[in-house]
Design a protein around this ligand. Structure first.
Ligand SMILES: C[S@@+](CC[C@H](N)C(=O)[O-])C[C@H]1O[C@@H](n2cnc3c(N)ncnc32)[C@H](O)[C@@H]1O
Length: 221
């Protein structure tokens, strides 16, 4: 079973979209810094979602130095708001994006994403939630009134990352209670997020087990 999922993982990576020179450079930087990025398989899905919906405006909660943003550019988005509270990431992101002449399409906002979203009106066509796991549901609630009529909200790290996937799966499989936030912030955060979006009557939600696991919600008004 493990062998099979390793094969699947490497197959998905081998058949992922070819990275642009900027994406290749950013992926190299991520490896050097051991920085978690969505990677080319999940990135390809972000580009496809953007292209399929004709999305222009994107808001990201937790952008690092902008790797995921480059996939939204690749999908045709023209206005991507990146948020990041680590000053070094913002500095690096601004440099890389300016070198690639993408600074007219990608804007870095330094500070807490939950405060930055309050300064924006929307409407946003696509949203990526990839910051602190215990704040995912709050991010959804904050951006929900700022979505365009039909929008896509994607959240990362639902099967891998700072969470206990076995515990998360048990909760949704057979109702085993989630750990409390105090016990396990990551698992609680992702479980609470999934419950929130799945309970939104105007949203259709599917988990895609690509990259670290994406929760994709199509939200209609
Ligand atoms: C997983 S990384 C983002 C990776 C990025 N989406 C990509 O794939 O290229 C998460 C980032 O979110 C940032 N972050 C976490 N909580 C945040 C918050 N509340 N506001 C702004 N940035 C935050 C972290 O500093 C980190 O750089």
């Amino acid at each position: 079973m493990t062998h099979r999922s390793d094969t699947l993982e490497s197959f998905l990576r081998a058949t992922a979209p070819e990275p642009t020179p900027l994406q290749r450079e950013m992926a190299g930087t991520a490896t050097e810094l051991s920085f978690p990025i969505v990677g080319p398989v999940a990135g390809g899905v972000l580009a496809q979602v953007t292209r399929l919906t004709g999305a222009d405006r994107v808001f990201e909660f937790g952008s690092g130095f902008g790797y995921s943003a480059t996939w939204f550019v690749r999908g045709g988005a023209t206005d991507i708001v990146c948020t990041e509270f680590d000053e070094d990431e913002v500095k690096l992101g601004r440099e890389l994006v300016a070198e690639a002449d993408l600074d007219d399409r990608i804007t870095f906002e330094y500070g807490d994403a939950m405060e930055t979203i309050e300064r924006y009106d929307g409407p946003f066509d696509v949203v990526l939630i990839d910051h602190q796991k215990h704040r995912y549901a709050d991010a959804y609630d904050a951006v929900r009134p700022k979505l365009s009529d039909t929008a896509v909200v994607v959240a990362d790290n639902v099967v891998r990352g700072p969470l206990d996937f076995e515990t998360l799966a048990a909760h949704f499989n057979d109702g085993t209670p989630l750990p409390t936030r105090e016990e396990d912030e990551g698992t609680w955060g992702i479980g609470t997020y999934l419950t929130r979006v799945r309970g939104d009557a105007d949203a259709e939600t599917v988990v895609l087990p690509v990259g670290s696991g994406l929760v994709v919600s199509v939200v209609s008004r």
